[in-house]
Design a protein around this ligand. Sequence first.
Ligand code: GLC
Length: 645
Amino acid sequence: MISLSSQGAAALQQARAQLAAALRDDSGADDLLARFDRWGPDLWNGLVGAYDAETVLPRFVELIAQAHRDRSAELRARDTERLLQPDWFQRPEALGYVAYTDRFAGDLAGVQSHIDYLSDLGVTYLHLMPLLEPRPAPNDGGYAVMDYRKVRSDLGTMQNLRDLAAALHEAGIALTLDLVLNHVAQEHEWAVAARNGDTAKREYFLAFPDRTLPDEYERSLPEVFPAFAPGNFTWDDSLNAWVWTTFNTWQWDLNWANPDVLCEFADIILFLANQGVDCIRLDAIAFLWKRMGTNCQGEPEVHAITQALRAAARIATPALIFKAEAIVGPDDVVKYLGVGEHAGRISDLAYHNSLMVQIWSAFAMHDARLLTSSLNRFAQIPSTTAWGTYLRCHDDIGWAIDDRDANSQGFDGGAHRAFLAEYYAGEFDGSPSRGAHFQSNPLTGDRRTSGSAASLAGIESALEAHDEAALTLAIDKVLCGYAIVLGFGGIPLIYMGDEIGLLNDYSFVDEPEHAADNRWLHRPMMDWPRAKAARTSSDYSGRLLRGLTELIEARKDCDALHAATAPEIFHGADSAVLVLRRRHPGGTVIQVFNMAGSSRELAADSLWPLDTNQLRDLITGSSVTLSSGALRLPAYSTLWLVDTP
Ligand code: GLC
């Protein structure tokens, strides 16, 4: 039930008249007005949560009218299509792929020429890493944007982007782009104007004449990059002030309390949607709102702002969805998909960082108990939203193990986090991993981890040692991890190169602007000869690709894997065995994963309500029999079980 104040109702009525007048001659005006009636209250309530809504609403109406006028006939048709199939990203056939444009295919035209590769894999959603004009390197892999309306010149032009989006749409693939909202490059025209004395633009940033307030804020602020950008403020001579810089010194945080900043971004979002972008990844969304005495992450205004922006997009460019990048704890992440008044009204997708961390943690321990207990603490997400599930991404792995979760399993959170960092750096006895420490923080003892999925799982060390048995285990471990990612529910995101097991790329140290940031270890160039050969080769790449393809195929037709059906998560009597049960009107599916490097058993009673006399594995299509009342599970094996009809 949407509640709306009488002030809101009156303001919306006026706004509707403003919109109708602005679009008097537009053939799509009726549809737009219908959407305004439907989502106008969301817009108002969002604005009220952070701004003087009465003054901001008319500005939004102008932006919406303009974006609607600019929207092409093709994209308006896509709007209708998406409105009729709003669950497109929740469906079992939805599959994501995440890549850097240059590292995957040189430039945007190159990506276009590799659409077949993506289609063959079954991809329906492509996230191209930051590609809007960044500051000259270093630029945090493009997360320091200078111009949101220009494509990085070596990758192509806005026209190339529109062409690519259209070609992807033709192939049934949605396009996701990053939108960096927390900060801009210090070379962005807003920052340049502020330095040149433009007082209105100075208000776009958080600039302090002395250390009084920065020091007070620092008391409760964590450091994101303690090793290469300690502290959260940077002195700027031209501004004669300390500027808020949560990330690097050249990434200037924006002052989202200023409604001008909000309107700029509403405009940018609608502009990108009109280029054919289907999903906006809200980069570092947690950090937008600053409040003294807090860690300045996930303040209530963040969700109100997201709701206002989401409503504007729903009205003007309804094919667009939002994905929240909020790498926060279990208690907080669910809020980005909307709880309470925001349920179903903000982001459609959010990264399931905890699932990723817990998978690697369970592999290191050969035990799924911590995984099941922490994942069971997550609140239900709105049925219209979905997780983005993943095993690796372009960022490091922060060992976000909650202290309470660790305690509930009888161990210490700090000690377990330290163990994981050491294990995946290959420093722990018996670890096959080849990761590297990222951002070691001597003050907190915190260490994060870089490294590709293949190298973390042990493929690199097994190849080096010519150890065939270890190689098989490592391949099966990656496949088991991906089977969980594909089986959990939500849109699985394959990180470029994982499908063929690309190893760590040690050459990043040769590039001066990358050398200090070892996240480039797991941002390799696509190995096209390897990718092409993998379809038929029997090497590790071929084995991975075939295993992954089998999982993708099995998933496609399985209604129970629609993201709206949440899994029941538990482990077997042997706690290395993770079980996900989905009871769905179309039939129950029970997914079984052995997360240990040795063979294990699962007792028949864990397979309820399936009939254990007639089990079939969806992945291989073969029937499965129990021996002495139990399922035997080879190391890192996966079964997706259903009743044989
Ligand atoms: C996000 C990105 C990360 C970047 C940061 C700052 O967390 O994933 O790569 O460093 O935002 O923009």
